[in-house]
Write a protein that binds this ligand. Sequence first.
Ligand code: FMN
Length: 272
Amino acid sequence: MRIAICHFSNSGNTKLACRRIARGLPAHEVDLIDMKPGRDGRSSIPTARPDLTAYGLVGFAAFTDWFAPSEFVRRWLLGLPDACGTAAFVFNTYGFASGPTLNIFAAWVRGRGFVVVSGHSLHTPESYPIQIARGLGAQNRPNERQLAAFDRFIDKTELAAERLGRGEPSRPARLPGGPWRRLVPSFSRRRAYRDMGRKYLDGERCTECGVCERLCPYEAIELDPKPGFDEEACFGCWSCYNHCPEHAIYTGRMRDRAFYPGPNEQLREKLG
Ligand SMILES: Cc1cc2nc3c(=O)[nH]c(=O)nc-3n(C[C@H](O)[C@H](O)[C@H](O)COP(=O)(O)O)c2cc1C
């Protein structure tokens, strides 16, 4: 069976986890599809959507961004045509507490006509600079128990793929999530922006390399020749802050500290 895994990953944790999922489905042809292929060129919203009709199972993966998948993911999904009952799985990484992320994600995916057959949330290192600065970064996650649970999810997804391959109908999944998860409120997608606040540029450090503009999922940065910030379009994802090679971008609260530009060593070893 052909399986697609569409992922949105700002710092690479989710992408790394998706590679492990793909390796755990060896009997199938798995395509990893980046929802924001902007690493090598400017992306835009809505980005061109892949043709998912050739896939028997479609995975959707994203990181937790204020207790839900990012606004980018919501918009990306809205651009998909009706899936007419295609089987799907949802997966998210989180750095502190996942809250209702997986259930919100599943609802968005079902809203596009997919049947969600499995889902999982994986605790990974924190990429949110404010949390890292507070020492709440959990830079050593996942632990063994969490890694084992992740692998059980992959096995379950493999089983679902086998059943689908035999022509059995998709079985809707009951997703994991204890009662406390349901108690965590869902926040407005502008909440992350309010926490981040306005961005500033150290013009002396900026080399006009364009990394911030390329990586911004919201087209909120434009080089002219130095970056200018469209605060209305920004959803506070910290991608520009985390990835600027010169650390030239800062906010009123955060400057020169607590960056998470990519998966740390221990995560690479555990998932790689
Ligand atoms: C803007 C932003 C908001 C975040 N919000 C949460 C959150 O609400 N709960 C949580 O546990 N982790 C949160 N995180 C941490 C990320 O979900 C986590 O580190 C994830 O693994 C990053 O994935 P990535 O490397 O694929 O981008 C947030 C990170 C960012 C950048």
